[in-house]
Design a protein around this ligand. Structure first.
Ligand code: PMP
Length: 354
């Protein structure tokens, strides 16, 4: 058995893979999910259920729309300022990593960005907390979980400015209060489903204020009016996302998975702190529950350790090149038994290297 700690695309529940593969062969009356029209009543039921499940699982209040779009979270870096930043105004950004800075880069085409704080000089090992958001910002953008560095924002700032949040790598992993946000976006390929679709949750009344002409495919309002069916959507990705959302609901929803995620993260951080070979890379209060980054006190042991775990069923543990060491991504679908397996391997390796 392989234990998949990959950062994304990543593990999904085995039962979702089984149901998805069955639908490739026979979704309805012998027809594959890959050959049916997105205009059929069967697919309309799929996207309707997927939308309903996102609303239910995230507890989305009235006045918000849920969209399934394409272009990944990276397209949202541009769609956000295009739709929300009026000419001549500025948008505030918190710089907590590569993804945040890619989002900042896209603003220049549409207007000005104001970086309220950055942890770049410390290689993004913490999330800045003391910063001011100017009242006249069109919006404030942040990244709730920094996939590469393993930091997570557990509190949002108190502000009257609409908060726009990239939740690509921690959406549906813990409870959030959606009413605090103007817009949330997430590439699906962590806790939502397979790559190819992006979920956007947007407060309707923040739209329509940019004063800018927006191409139809990049206009949130066009997609809201069309119920995410303005053009051919990624049918299969949405179908698998729906299966995965059903799975999450059957597990007891976000509140239950959050408890498991806390237990998984605690177990692994405890071992990193206890084991003489390893150390964490981030400030303790900002440690992510989704991506756990760590290195070895003796860097020369890193290659042998990686080889050892890979020989023992562990996949995807190598850290991102900008951090080095290891990154254990422990998304919703990764069972706690896989975390225990990794901990056992860390202990066995430590016994061999006293
Ligand atoms: N934001 C975050 C936090 C991410 O982790 C990623 C991808 N891992 C992205 C944005 C980019 O997403 P995509 O590849 O879907 O454009």
């Amino acid at each position: 058995m392989r234990h998949n700690f990959g950062a994304g695309p990543c593990i999904l529940p085995q039962e979702v893979f089984k149901q998805a593969s069955q639908a490739v062969l026979d979704f309805k009356d012998g027809l594959s999910i890959l050959e049916i029209s997105h205009r059929t009543t069967e697919f309309e039921a799929v996207i309707e259920e997927a939308t309903r499940l996102v609303k239910e699982l995230l507890n989305v209040p009235e006045g918000y729309s849920v969209l399934f779009l394409q272009g990944g979270a990276s397209l949202q870096f541009a769609m956000v300022p295009m739709n929300l930043l009026p000419e001549g105004q500025s948008a505030s950004y918190l710089d907590t990593g590569v993804w945040a800075s890619k989002a900042i880069k896209e603003v220049a085409t549409f207007g000005k960005s104001n970086i309220v704080a950055s942890s770049k000089s410390e290689n993004y090992t913490f999330v800045p907390k003391d910063f001011q958001i100017p009242e006249d910002s069109a919006y404030f953008h942040c990244t709730s979980n920094n996939t590469i560095y393993g930091t997570e924002m557990f509190a949002m700032p108190e502000t009257n400015v609409p908060i726009v949040c990239d939740m690509s790598s921690d959406i549906l992993s813990r409870q959030i209060d959606v009413s605090k946000f103007g817009l949330i976006y997430a590439g699906a390929q962590k806790n939502i489903g397979p790559a190819g679709v992006t979920v956007v949750v947007v407060k309707d009344d923040i739209l329509g204020k940019s004063g800018r002409k927006i191409p139809s495919m990049l206009d949130y309002k066009v997609h809201i009016d069309a119920g995410s069916l303005y053009n051919t959507p990624p049918v299969f990705s949405i179908y698998v996302a729906m299966l995965n959302l059903r799975w999450l609901k059957s597990k007891g929803g976000v509140a239950e998975i959050e408890k498991e995620n806390i237990a998984k993260a605690q177990a692994l951080y405890t071992e990193i702190d206890r084991n003489h070979l390893f150390k964490g890379t981030c400030s303790v209060e900002d440690r992510s529950r989704m991506n756990i980054c760590f290195v070895m006190n003796n860097p020369e042991l890193e290659k042998p350790f990686l080889k050892f775990v890979e020989e023992n069923g562990v996949e995807g543990l190598k850290g991102h090149r900008s951090v080095g060491g290891f990154r254990a991504s422990i998304y919703n679908a990764l069972p706690i038994t896989s975390v225990h397996h990794l901990i056992d391997l860390m202990q066995t390796f430590a016994e061999k290297h006293p």
